[in-house]
Design a protein around this ligand. Structure first.
Ligand code: 3EB
Length: 341
């Protein structure tokens, strides 16, 4: 594996969230495209063919046609593939993506469970083969996340299969688990993208919330295996805030009140910033993050946006996406990234 002096010196991870066309892909490691029909639309014309691109069918609210989330490094990424996974990496970081369609149920598992299990086995096989042992952050998108099939909600099926795959791969299912989001797309295959690293991050939990991996069985037989945040220190710092919602302890608050749910969610994010700032990797504040805001009902956008504007100000980049959130009583969810030089 080639290691240039330049890469060793500046392999910072850089995050960008855009609703306008990307003018340069210099240093790009990978990207995710969000639009109404992303899964059956051609990739952006200028996107480098060898790099991983996740395509998620999820409409934007507001007037933008598409959003692009781009991860970059200093220097040039090296690309490869492993099974269904396309990836690219620097010396320290690896970005990967995969799309898997659901096939028929078999051997006591639903089509979604089989796809999820295969996806997570392939992710861990890729990490083992490439030496990027630490999964930092995973984005999971699947259609019809709240529908039932075979007597179980699809989000619960996803959780069961994710946990089974982690166990099969000898990975932890609590504690040392990546930051994550899991949202309902409006169509397309199971789409997952992720960031991994050679060295371990600090995983953070929210003192206001029960860890998701300790949720009681009323939310499903297998708890969701993710951390509330991950802090990466590597020539600067990157803070990954997982999908965060109006949950206190393990209970949903403010059902039917999207404005109050947004305030509660922002209070949860502030609690995570407090945890991150205790680690002295720089000060992260609400007004210095970049946000993806998932909104279940487009009619709630004005209320949700007003709360976000008043809490985070006008400078922080943000996109609003129309998505199903993984509990029916949740109207919205927010994820964020913080970066420090
Ligand atoms: C929650 O706090 C909201 O299953 O990977 C947020 C982030 C949520 C990640 C996941 C689920 C996931 O429980 C839901």
């Amino acid at each position: 594996m080639a290691r240039t002096a330049e890469l060793m010196e500046h392999s910072d991870l850089h995050f960008e969230l855009l609703t306008t066309p990307v003018t340069s892909w210099e240093g790009a490691l990978g990207a995710a495209l969000f639009s109404a029909e992303a899964h059956d639309t051609a990739p952006p014309l200028t996107f480098p063919a060898d790099l991983p691109l996740a395509r998620v069918s999820m409409p934007l609210l507001e007037e933008h046609a598409a959003a692009i989330e781009c991860w970059r490094i200093a220097g040039r990424a090296r690309a490869g593939s492993h099974g269904a996974i396309r990836y690219a990496h620097s010396d320290e970081f690896l970005f990967g993506s995969l799309h898997l369609s659901e096939e028929a149920a078999a051997a006591g598992h639903t089509g979604l469970e089989r796809a999820t299990e295969r996806a997570y086995r392939e992710i861990h096989a890729t990490l083992e083969a490439s030496g990027f042992a630490q999964l930092l952050r995973v984005w999971n998108y699947l259609p019809d996340i709240n529908s039932e099939s075979h007597g179980t909600e699809r989000y619960r099926q996803f959780n069961s299969a994710r946990q089974e795959a982690l166990i099969a791969c000898g990975r932890d299912i609590r504690g040392n688990v990546p930051a994550a989001s899991a949202l309902g797309s409006t169509g397309g295959p199971l789409s997952i993208y992720f960031l991994a690293a050679r060295t371990a991050p600090a995983f953070l939990e929210n003192p206001r919330q029960v860890s998701a991996y300790h949720y009681p069985a009323q939310y499903g037989p297998r708890a969701p295996s993710f951390s509330r945040a991950a802090l990466v220190r590597h020539r600067g710092a990157t803070l990954f805030i997982s999908g965060t919602s109006s949950i206190l302890g393990h209970r949903t608050l403010h059902e039917g009140d999207p404005a109050a749910q947004t305030r509660e969610t922002l209070t949860n994010i502030e609690a995570l910033l407090g945890e991150a700032n205790r680690l002295k990797a720089g000060t992260f504040r609400l007004d210095s993050l970049a946000y993806k805001v998932y909104v279940r009902n487009p009619a709630d956008l004005p209320l949700i946006r007003a709360e976000i504007d008043s809490a985070v100000g006008s400078r922080a980049p943000r996109v609003y996406l129309r998505a199903d959130v993984c509990r029916r009583d949740l109207s919205m969810e927010i994820e964020a990234v913080g970066q420090r030089a």
